[in-house]
Design a protein. Structure first.
Length: 286
């Protein structure tokens, strides 16, 4: 699934080629996404200027004068720039053609993504039902060890589950959660409420550094991912320490990386670098 670094690099690409441009035509070839794309949306935003492209968690927010187009890339989606008149690929569902002759195409083979409309008359887009309960952004100056410790409270859910939930901090998806916990030397089964202030500080810094590395390499959590300008990500090649490396030696201690399943999501870790806390439930290993 595209995670925060992929969505942010996509946002940066859209910002570079389309912000400030008039949208000549929005084309919808397939409305049946996670939710139906509003049939009236092209008529609302055609001939409007794209004022900004923002991001909240894993959502892209394309701001027009009348409101905001909310885009989610789902499990395997991407937005890329193409030449006007380029052939539509299978699973290209939406196109936005701008006055500078840049066309953005939403490609989503599984159709788990979304393209929704939030009218300005409905209030702030950040109060939209999909956005209002999201946690703090990991690059927000307010994301500190104190904030994390307070957010985790006395919860007994595992720290890996707490990171994925997105109600404390957003954007730390499955892959980057494994990587961040490895950097912080925290076992993924650790009850989140038991983290000390010192461990919270280490984890905050690990999350920020992991996502920074991913951004600097353009992602990616998907081996066939390309950003808005068609460039592939290189996170796996450059940075991955544990994810998808089961049975391979740890880059720090040489022990074999292990894989287990938490809430039907794969987790990768090093049992020597990430000591298991006592008295925790042993989860399925594969």
């Amino acid at each position: 699934m595209p995670e925060l670094p992929e969505v942010e690099t996509t946002r940066q690409g859209i910002d570079a080629v389309a912000v400030g441009q008039m949208l000549l035509r929005m084309t919808v070839r397939e409305r049946r996404m996670r939710w139906l794309i509003p049939a009236e949306l092209p008529a609302i935003i055609d001939n409007e200027v794209l004022l900004a492209c923002e991001r909240r968690g894993k959502y892209l927010l394309m701001r027009f004068e009348k409101g905001v187009v909310i885009v989610h890339l789902g499990m395997s989606g991407s937005v890329r720039a193409v030449e006007p008149g380029a052939l539509w690929r299978t699973h290209d569902h939406v196109g936005w053609l701008f006055k500078n002759q840049i066309e953005l195409r939403l490609h989503d083979p599984r159709r788990f993504g979304a393209v929704l409309w939030h009218d300005n008359h409905s209030g702030s887009v950040f109060d939209h039902t999909l956005l209002k309960k999201l946690g703090i952004e990991p690059f927000d100056p307010g994301f500190t060890s104190t904030f994390l410790k307070k957010g985790l409270g006395s919860r007994q859910r595992t720290i890996k589950q707490a990171l994925l939930a997105g109600d404390v901090v957003v954007g730390v998806g499955n892959i980057y959660a494994s990587e961040s916990l490895f950097r912080a030397c925290i076992h993924p089964e650790t009850p989140s409420g038991t983290l000390t202030p010192k461990k919270c500080d280490v984890l905050v810094q690990s999350i920020i550094q992991t996502l920074t590395d991913a951004l600097s390499s353009g992602g990616s959590t998907l081996r066939d991912y390309v950003n808005a300008t068609g460039e592939p990500g290189a996170y796996f090649t450059l940075h991955a320490a544990v994810y998808d490396r089961a049975g391979k030696p740890c880059k720090v201690c040489g022990s074999l990386i292990e894989r287990m399943v938490q809430n039907q999501r794969a987790t990768y870790f090093c049992k020597r670098c990430q000591k298991r806390p006592s008295k925790v439930k042993h989860l399925t290993r594969v």
